[in-house]
Design a protein around this ligand. Sequence first.
Ligand code: NDP
Length: 289
Amino acid sequence: MTMTARSLEGKAVALELSERARDELAEIRAQHNVTPALAIVRVGDDESSVAYERSISRTGTRAGIVVGAEHLAESATADELAATIERLNRDPAIHGVIVLQPLPAHLSRFAVADVVSPAKDIDGITTYNAGRLFHDDYDVLAPSTPAGGMALLKHYEIPLSGRHAVIVGRSSVVGKPMAMMMLAENCTVTICHSRTSDLATLCKQADILVSAVGRANMIDERFVKPGAVVVDFGVNFVDGKMTGDVDEQAVAPVAAALTPVPGGTGRVTTMVLVRNTIRAARQALDAAQ
Ligand code: NDP
């Protein structure tokens, strides 16, 4: 008998997070008469950034926070970008700041990362928040994509403790922080990348296989242990159609569960940015009391 993997939809997770956000927003309004506000900084008009901005804006507004945007020209200098971020850092009405990636080639994401105030760093890109994540601090403003992946695994009650997680991808925004978060949940974690030898054999040992690569259909049945849970962070476009890293048709008969693309992890990411904005606002307001 062939199995068909359960589809771990992001919608239900986003809904759960938005219900929690609604309660927290009501509390903050009652206590402080403040609505948390998020500022999106975009440099240039990269197509994926424009789409991401629209999605953050929609999710945030629906959830009940204030969302604003600062747009800089593609030619903006590092000083101009830093001045914009510093102005938002100083503005007490702004609680969260996200700088959309990719930045134009002349701007360094690493240089920008530490201009953002750690207290407003809702995508967890600063050295300070990355360090707190390294210390297993659960209140940290964590990178939204892997934090969303963890929220999804918890929502569907996927057992984590003692299980072998194999993560393909080691970027500082997805793969590496996901590894830290899974380690904190007592997974045994293997991190793979483009130089890993015999990738399929390693992946096939995973109870939970996580892909954060950006190569359509790279993960097929040869990479998946029967009964594994597969989390797909990949966002790729094939003939104008969005697809993940996982070949869903090939993997579905083998895996116990997998996240669809679209409709899986991506749905949760933007809601985590909203949650982090509320968390940042609460921390700032409580500290000011
Ligand atoms: P990066 O390009 O920064 O990292 C990709 C990683 O994949 C690298 O570690 C790279 O290895 C590894 N890799 C590349 N090719 C191979 C290969 N053939 N075999 C094994 N490993 C390989 O991407 P990001 O981490 O920023 O993003 C990963 C994916 O997640 C992308 O598709 C992106 O669009 C998506 N994404 C999804 C989000 C969401 O909300 N769902 C949000 C952010 C990103 P090496 O380090 O050796 O180069």
